[in-house]
Design a binder for this molecule. Sequence first.
Ligand code: ADP
Ligand code: MG
Length: 457
Amino acid sequence: MTREELWRTALADLELNLSKANFTTWFKSTFISSWDDVSGEVIIGVPNAFTQAWLEKKYHKTILSILREVTDNQIKNISYKVEIRKKSLEKIFSDKEIKVGRYETKVQSADKETVNQFGLNSKYTFENFIVGDDNALAHAASQGVVKNLGKKYNPLFIYGGVGLGKTHLVQAIGNEIVRKALTKKVLYVSAEKFTNDYIESLRTKKMNSFKTRYRNVDVLLVDDIQFIVGKEQTQEEFFHTFDDLYHKDGQIVLTSDRLPQAIPTLEERLRSRFQMGVIADIAPPKLETRIAILEAKAKERSYDLNQEIIQYLAANIQTNVRELEGALNKIIAYHDFYNMALTIDTVKNILTSLTSRSNKGSLTIRQVIEIVADFYELKKQDIIASKCRRREIAIPRQIAMYLLRTELNTSYPTIGKEFGGRDHTTAIHAFKQIKNKVDAEDRIKNEVEMIKQRLYN
Ligand code: ADP
Ligand code: MG
């Protein structure tokens, strides 16, 4: 194995265990600068001191364990060094793909380079979107938008958890409009980019060009609108953008990880506008959908996966489509790398190593509480100590208690103590309440699911 091969395999692995943002931020320009077979010393080249410090502090253990696994424990020690290499992975990334054998994976930053002037990436189409019960409504509404621009489905608001296909759908809408030449004035933007552009335009006093860019369109597609909560100025600006477009019969499509009414600090006037048109949800994929997606994606890559393997993957990876794709990538990568036939046993092994390295072990009580508070936009103190019984606070508190039990196996007395010295019976009660709600109410079930995703991301 060469240095390059070793690092590519490690990166393929890391990519599956990190969020896209983290992966590209910290690993984009890294490479193995030297690898001494005899001493088992590896030096990883990094672009700057900041990255070096971060990798040392946050990712050292993970990198070490991955490199050891890949080399059968030949690696003894890793260090990091600031070093720029001409043909670093950055180059490979800008070729849009990292290749490991036939394994190709597109990366977020590469996505940026493959988008056209409308902000659209041509890889997301209606053709390659698999429709199942769980996403049929959102899919139909998205197609409806293309057929009735600015009319029936305005705005279209698509909501659902991470990795379920929101970006895919909203991008497919844009691509279809461009393909059919319905209008040239389409713009896709993440709410984060909208926010950054707005701030930048304030800073550089270029408000007019900002307004022209966002208001001089026929179709505005805004992804992850929940990002603007708590950013009052941006909300204000978005409100005016929205109204301006709406009054000109411009089509607006928004995506979010939750319903407008479940975003607590969203301004009321924006909330009511988001609810004016059609709201469509995407639920986590059911078994049949997961099977169909795996079959389609394997076929796309000209990979022949037998039914037993497909069934096994679909049964064991239930969270979202992104993870399904990730597991498939990983399996194909291993297969190509070691050039071995895929059997159900190898697949089981690969998946076990995938899940055993999830960061479950390192999650703390504090983090769980923080993430729940953050999700509901509450202060940690409100959840922990407040005596308030209002639903907006009581439910998040109970959910935090529930998750401590299910995810960390924390004892009821400890849970009670962590929450401002409550009795253990309170913790038991909370657990039961939420358990029932998860079974009975889709909204709570989805929220718990989304929080869990945040816990492990
Ligand atoms: P979200 O924006 O909801 O977090 P994405 O749209 O980024 O999710 O989807 C994650 C990955 O899964 C993407 O690569 C996307 O193409 C793929 N995907 C999601 N849903 C489907 C589907 N129904 N059919 C095919 N691919 C899908
Ligand atoms: Mg998305």
